[in-house]
Design a protein around this ligand. Structure first.
Ligand SMILES: [Fe+2]
Length: 135
């Protein structure tokens, strides 16, 4: 199987809110654990235990973020929420690909995840953080 590239945290991804930055780092770490499991061709059990951890982490993080941003009247909340839903749906789609052993799709999927995460952090999350600083 073609090796999948891990995501590397960069300082430029910081939104200036250490609490949320720490969450995003953990998010990236969990995605990378999944990358490792695939690259090392670990067992299905191992894969799914990490996959479920990622899905659980993502949902919790999104719910928490949405609640936090809503309480602070951040703009674009509806679009921000939709972007979260897209992520969760793509994870579900990926689970299907994994079960169908469509390994040729994996690198593309992780590239998508990486782009999603970086774009999301730098647009929606940063925008919300900026709003918090000025409110
Ligand atoms: Fe977000």
């Amino acid at each position: 199987m073609e090796k999948i590239e891990a995501i590397e945290w960069k300082e430029e991804y910081s939104i200036g809110t250490p609490y949320i930055d720490a969450k995003h780092k953990k998010f990236i770490n969990t995605i990378n654990m999944l990358v490792d499991a695939l690259n090392n061709e670990e067992s299905h059990e191992s894969f799914f235990s990490i996959y479920h951890r990622l899905a659980f982490y993502a949902e919790n993080h999104f719910v928490e973020e949405e609640r936090f941003f809503a309480q602070n009247n951040c703009p674009n909340l509806e679009e921000h929420r939709k972007s979260h839903i897209n992520f969760v749906q793509s994870l579900i789609k990926f689970q299907k690909q994994y079960e169908e052993k469509r390994e040729e799709m994996f690198p593309e999927f992780f590239q998508y995840l990486k782009n999603w995460l970086i774009n999301h952090i730098q647009s929606y999350d940063r925008c919300a953080a900026e709003h918090l600083k000025h409110s």
